[in-house]
Design a protein around this ligand. Sequence first.
Ligand code: DC
Length: 335
Amino acid sequence: MTAIRGATTIPEDSAEEIKKAVKELLEQITSRNNLKQDEILSLVFSNTKDIRSYYPSKAAREAGFESCSLFSAQEPDIDGGLKLCIRVMMFVERNLTPQHVYLRGARMLRKDLADKINIAIDGPAGSGKSTVAKALARDYRILYLDTGAMYRACALKVLKAGVSVEDEAGIVDLMKDVRLDVSYRDGEQRTLLDGVDVSEEIREPSVSMAASTVSKYPSVRMHMTEKQREIAAKMSCVLDGRDIGTFVLPEADFKFYLTATPEVRARRRYDELRAKGFDVNYEELLSGLLRRDEQDSTRKLAPLKKADDAIEIDTSDMTVQEVLTVIRAKIQEVI
Ligand code: DC
């Protein structure tokens, strides 16, 4: 006997989507494993708790799987688990080398079976990129790469060395022996500058503007871009930044461009920094943000810009959950 596994996700909880997804999943499993209907002994389904509209087992019966025994169960609600997911275990009489089938969002469950996926999320400061990127990386269990943190670490090096952020030649010199690494602790990115964890220090408001200035120098950008491309070539990841969709990974599988009004973005930054204990002023944050937008979008190499094929989302009046719902639906339409 052989057990073949399969899983898929649906864009929303409706009887129609469940029926469509179950039919597609079972047809893919049978065709990829060259199976006849009467070889199938049983189908055991499980689904995440957010699927309530229809039994996957009933959908299987309606899809023509008539002679095998069927069973459906609900999975426990796991933090960070995949949403709207249907899994199946198909038992067949014959001994064969099983071809397991993972479709749509569930491809992320078996990264060894699925292709690598890169998701680019660009946009100005405070547009919600990092919150959304982190949540997606958790959902799909792939890496999150905060590229802004890398530019911030470069800026910190410059500030600490007492070199002016306007001194391009001095900065190029300094960058010759910078050691910049990202590592992960409890799923959170840690940014290491010359071997020291600077993840908290780089969030200082003074580092923001310096990062924007330092990032306009081509040699700094190319150094960072190379590192980012290297990471993205090796594994599935969500990258957030300014130029991921246009320059770092123009071939990214998914591209999103988030925006929001400057006032909303400044308010978000204000709340975020206050919560971290920084003594910040809303007006100053707003004007700093506008100066940064201007500098980031007018630099010569890889400016802040929406890629032609990116999906733009204005997050001004949206909650994080609403933004995530739109993005997940777009991703699940394709995979
Ligand atoms: O996302 P952030 O606020 O941490 O980024 C800090 C600065 O780094 C930003 O103002 C411009 C620069 N940056 C960049 O030029 N390209 C990126 N991909 C990410 C950040």
